[in-house]
Ligand binder design. Structure first.
Ligand SMILES: [Zn+2]
Length: 177
């Protein structure tokens, strides 16, 4: 399968974009989306930022990106501390919050990225890490995760649509209170 944007060989299919992407275009798209996530959080190259424990794949990715594009990394107390996992972890947290009636604030910088996208980006960029985030700690969380996988399998791209819907619900709740 060739890339939807050029003649090169595709390395991944992104169902929510309905596009096959080659290595170069995948990295380009991934980084553009990551930049957008940082901008949404008010982070630019003048902001002092730091990343939580970078032995995790997801945090190592964010740190790699910040360094690659010369963001202002700082250990000072007033710097913004970023944390990241993947779309699966954020969806699980949203669903759990809805089921239990608890509040959930999404602080995950990579909440719009599938775990497999994070893994591929790290591989292509040569990012080293010790472990991946595991956000399943209870039986219910395991059940929710399995349900998400089943939905995605049946309806590719569903995870992305679900996350967008949850964010809209949350925004509506904030503006009405
Ligand atoms: Zn391409």
């Amino acid at each position: 399968m060739n890339c939807s944007r050029c003649a090169r060989k595709a390395v991944i299919y992104l169902p929510y974009m309905s596009q096959h992407l080659c290595k170069e275009h995948f990295i380009k798209v991934y980084e553009k989306r990551l930049k957008l996530e940082l901008t949404k959080r008010g982070i630019n190259k003048k902001t002092k930022v730091n990343v939580k424990e970078d032995s995790f794949l997801e945090n190592a990715i964010v740190k790699h990106y910040l360094k690659k594009y010369y963001y202002k990394m700082s250990n000072e107390e007033n710097s913004i501390l970023l944390d990241a996992s993947n779309i699966e972890c954020s969806l699980k947290d949203y669903l759990k919050a809805f089921i239990t009636g608890q509040a959930y604030e999404n602080k995950n910088v990579l909440s719009r990225f599938y775990a497999r996208e994070n893994e591929l980006y790290a591989e292509l960029e040569g990012i080293t890490y010790k472990r991946k985030k595991n956000c399943v700690n209870t039986e219910m969380e395991g059940y929710i995760m399995q349900m998400l996988e089943d939905i995605e399998k049946n309806q590719p791209g569903a995870k992305f649509k679900l996350l967008s819907s949850f964010e809209k619900i949350r925004a509506a709740n904030y503006s009405s209170s």
